[in-house]
Ligand binder design. Structure first.
Ligand SMILES: Cc1ncc(COP(=O)(O)O)c(C=O)c1O
Length: 387
């Protein structure tokens, strides 16, 4: 009765089972995986955010495939602050970045075509590919003190059915930005680039070699993705964007095809579109608080693991940090021990398809006090195992 593409693994994994058991015992858990900003003890300008959604203009339905011009103007203005001058005509609003991926896959791929995706990366990509009946072919991000694109694996991943290449910058969870040089090499493949830049406003270090946006590339079609979910820490408002760049002929064709794709759904609500300029302004302080928190937590983590047999990998931006455990036990054993013995929840590297183990991914968005206590317990567990 059902399609193969709607068939997903539904059995709870080892960590989920261990977590359920620990919770059933009523034990308190320090959750270092939190990635929902509205649940992270951050302060929001609640009044302004609520009032922004009551603009009278939102009482009128004026469907427009790419979103209201006023809302696209607001995105244009906002991105000028990042040094991106994207024409309002090249901004397509969607309800989420996930939806934008779906639109990009529909635009570029037929069922059975392939898209190159970084590994390790964001687990939702696998689901988005499966739902679009697209084969995701991983290319490696390799670590040697810093993460970089393994260009050899990129070439190996290419097949005659490759239709696009995804970059995530900074990447979730490695926190690595795509470098200008890497962007140049990737563009040489000639494939359209889908560039997920949702975390671009959250750098953790200054790096002049990083590519500010894949839109800097002039010679291939680029679809850059961003949205309120991370930039304004408002995932519940459901508004994101696709920014088109590259050769004019490709951009024109992409625009006219996307018009029908977007017109088929018309998913972005009027209230959020009318609220957009106010939402951008109202959430600046929250985004600042996230930058301060992620930096502070990263420092805390680095301090806690100084001299430890576990180490923190280089992080350049985003909301996550990766820890490598010593090779004394498997990744599963480490994360389950951390949960059962220390009451600390982290994500194992395999959630993100790390090529090796044992790794853990920690959310730097976690409340500072919880994070500090969690990493102290992590360091203590590692020390007790090494001793
Ligand atoms: C790299 C990356 N892209 C996209 C998203 C999803 O964003 P949205 O809420 O706009 O679908 C996430 C969410 O965690 C993410 O980590």
């Amino acid at each position: 009765v059902f399609s193969a593409r709607s068939r997903f693994v539904r059995e709870p994994n080892v960590l989920a089972r261990a977590l359920a058991a620990v919770r059933a015992m009523g034990r308190e858990i320090l959750d270092l995986t939190a990635s929902n900003p509205t649940d992270a003890g951050l302060s929001y300008d609640s009044r302004e955010i609520l009032e922004a959604m009551t603009e009278p203009a939102a009482l009128r339905y004026s469907p427009s495939p790419f979103g209201l011009e006023s809302a696209r103007n607001a995105v244009h203005e906002e991105l000028l602050g990042d040094g991106l001058d994207v024409s309002v005509d090249d901004i397509v609003l969607t309800a989420s970045t996930s939806e934008a991926y779906g639109f990009a896959f529909a635009l570029l791929c037929d069922p059975g075509d392939a898209v190159l995706v970084p590994e390790p990366s964001y687990p939702l990509l696998a689901h988005l590919g499966q739902l679009a009946s697209v084969e995701l072919r991983p290319y490696r991000l390799a670590y040697d003190g810093a993460w970089h694109v393994d260009l050899g694996s990129l070439r190996t991943a290419l097949t005659p059915r490759s239709r696009a290449l995804v970059v995530v910058s900074p990447n979730n969870p490695t926190g690595s930005f795509l470098k200008l040089e890497e962007l140049g090499e990737i563009a040489k493949l000639g494939l359209p680039i889908v560039s997920d830049e949702v975390f671009s406003r959250y750098p953790l270090i200054d790096d002049p070699t990083r590519a500010r946006s894949a839109l800097l590339v002039p010679d291939v079609l680029v679809i850059a993705l961003g949205g309120l979910s991370k930039l304004a820490a408002l995932p519940q408002h459901k508004l994101a964007w696709m920014l088109l760049g590259g050769p004019a002929r490709d951009v024109d064709e992409a625009r006219s095809r996307l018009e029908l794709v977007a017109d088929t759904y018309l998913d972005v609500s009027a209230p959020v579109q009318h609220a957009l300029p106010r939402l951008f302004r109202a959430t600046r302080a929250t985004a600042d608080a996230i930058r301060a928190r992620t930096r502070q937590n990263l420092q805390k983590l680095q301090q806690a693991l100084r001299g430890s047999a576990a180490n923190v990998l280089r992080v350049e931006g985003g909301w996550y940090a990766v820890v490598r455990f010593p090779d004394l036990a498997s990744e599963e054993e480490w994360v389950v021990a951390l949960l059962e013995q220390a009451g600390v929840l982290v994500q194992p590297g395999w959630f993100f398809d790390f090529a090796e183990e044992p790794y853990a991914v920690l959310s730097l968005l976690t409340l500072e006090s919880t994070f500090a206590e969690g990493v102290a317990r992590l360091a203590a567990l590692v020390a007790s195992r090494v001793a």
